[in-house]
Design a protein around this ligand. Structure first.
Ligand code: GAP
Length: 463
């Protein structure tokens, strides 16, 4: 292993360990030995995730006049997934170890052997595996490459027969396509307009891996933006800019993000053009988000399959047509991982090595921590509690009170969870100057700020 690879790997291990130790992310069902491909968000993880989702909702729904929010049911009629093409084609290429019967992603094995799998069909992958003499990780012969449908199947209701089959949705998108007519009828929007939704998605990934990067249960933030068929290109370009802007909102390192236009042979069945946004994760450059031109594929498919009229009437031109769709799709968990990786820092402060998360204030799970200098001095504790309750009312986001351990330990704890500011009440606050010490997470510098101006000071810094 190259030295830089080892370093990247160790950053990932450190991140996973910090995430667990400090209550961001735990292994799913941990006390039972876990459930592969699932992770549970703890108190700080859910706060970070909610902040990210809030910024997304603000940018793409609240700050726009042309967007309609949605929260569709997770279980949908099986015909949705037949019409969308997922029952027939939402599959990954799979090979089986002939001895152990374990299954692997054929494209991953080929990529690990240095083969560029872009544009390869199943036959070409089987051929390449044979030509390269690729074996399973256990060193056994592999089967030919087959398709493996990634949707989780379930039955709805008391009967377990063909008619009761449903699937846990593998994308939130379809919940919007099947509600297109409802939104049209309720709000009469004019094109272009979009629908936006945040919610869970499920995929039975053959090889979940890399912490929360590839999981079997995850969250998506998706937009289906409807346009006139001739007007999709400038809208696509404008969403390229919006995706970049969102990465900045949440504090993702801009130099680690890049665009990857997807080759025609690799496009999803519904797409005529896709640009992936990749991020340099500690384990390599991988897909963060996707932006696709889905044409009229979905509305047309649901119109044909259901018989519902999903067309749009253009009052000015007096023509009826099925709108085309641009879809920016964001994974919440990949955003969390990119934000954590971007924020992770190790430095030396006061002669000691420290680890901290340099979150942008908008995503930081805790905005301010308030301490009394000493825990056993009631007058300091009372004053610090007073400051704490004022800040809790005034600051939007979580404010913490902490009197455990000495002040140095409290700073380290807050640094590790990425709290931008710590406020300490000391004897001078009470006896002398009505000022508190405000300590900056990134620089470690401290300022005396009057309690009269503290709220304005913090609000100014936390935007
Ligand atoms: N509606 C389009 C769609 O679902 P996708 O590229 O399959 O497209 C969109 O998924 C985004 O969802 C990805 O860019 C990624 O951020 C996230 N995502 C997909 N599969 C995931 C998984 N197994 N674990 C975590 N996030 C995933």
């Amino acid at each position: 292993m190259e030295k830089s690879d080892a370093k990247k790997e160790s950053i990932m291990e450190k991140l996973i360990s910090l995430a667990k130790r400090r209550g961001f992310i735990y292994q799913g069902s941990e006390v039972y030995g876990g459930l592969a491909g699932t992770w549970d968000y703890g108190p700080l993880g859910v706060a970070l995730k909610n902040n990210i989702k809030g910024l997304w909702w603000k940018r793409f729904v609240l700050d726009r006049e042309d967007m309609y929010g949605m929260d569709a049911a997770l279980l949908m009629n099986q015909n949705v997934w037949k019409a969308s093409g997922h029952v027939a084609g939402f599959a990954d290429p799979l090979v089986e170890d002939k001895k152990t019967k374990k299954r692997y992603r054929a494209d991953h094995l080929l990529e690990e052997a240095g083969v560029d799998v872009k544009g390869m069909n199943l036959e070409a992958m089987s051929k390449a595996l044979k030509e390269k003499g690729i074996k399973s990780p256990e060193g056994n012969e592999l089967s030919d490459v087959r398709q493996f449908n990634m949707m989780f199947k379930t039955n709805v209701g008391a009967m377990e027969d063909e008619s009761s089959i449903s699937y846990l949705r593998p994308e939130t998108a379809q919940g919007m396509f099947v509600n297109f007519k409802n939104v049209l009828d309720s709000f009469h929007p004019k094109l272009p307009f979009g629908m936006a939704q945040i919610g869970k998605a499920f995929r039975n990934e053959i090889a979940p891996r890399d912490f929360i990067f590839r999981t079997r249960e995850f969250e998506q933030m998706e937009i289906e933006y409807f346009v006139k068929p001739t007007e999709w290109e400038p809208v696509f370009e404008s969403f390229v800019k919006e995706v970049w802007a969102f990465t900045k909102d949440v504090g993702i390192a801009q130099e680690k993000v890049s665009e990857l236009p997807i080759a025609p042979a690799d496009l999803a069945h519904y797409s005529k053009r896709t640009t992936d946004f990749e991020f340099e994760f500690p384990f390599g450059k991988k897909e963060l988000y996707g932006l696709a031109y889905r044409t009229d594929f979905d509305l047309k498919a649901h119109s044909d399959a259901s018989g519902a009229d999903l067309s749009y009437f253009d009052e000015e031109a007096k023509v009826r047509f099925i709108p085309h769709c641009i879809e920016p799709s964001f994974g919440v968990d990949r955003t969390v991982l990119a934000v954590l990786s971007s924020a992770y820092r190790e430095d030396e402060l006061g002669g000691e090595v420290r680890t901290y998360l340099a979150f942008t204030p908008a995503v930081a799970p805790v905005k301010v921590a308030v301490f009394p200098l000493l825990k056993n001095k009631p007058e300091l504790v009372t004053k610090a509690r007073e400051v704490y309750s004022t800040l809790r009312k005034e600051i939007s986001g979580q404010v913490l009170f902490d009197d455990n351990g000495n002040i140095g330990k409290r700073y380290r704890r807050q640094d590790e969870i990425g709290t931008p500011f710590c406020v300490t009440v000391d004897f001078e606050t009470i006896e002398k100057d009505n000022c508190v010490t405000v300590r900056n997470r990134d620089t470690g510098t401290q300022e005396r700020i009057s309690l009269d101006t503290l709220i304005a000071y913090l609000k100014g810094k936390l935007v």
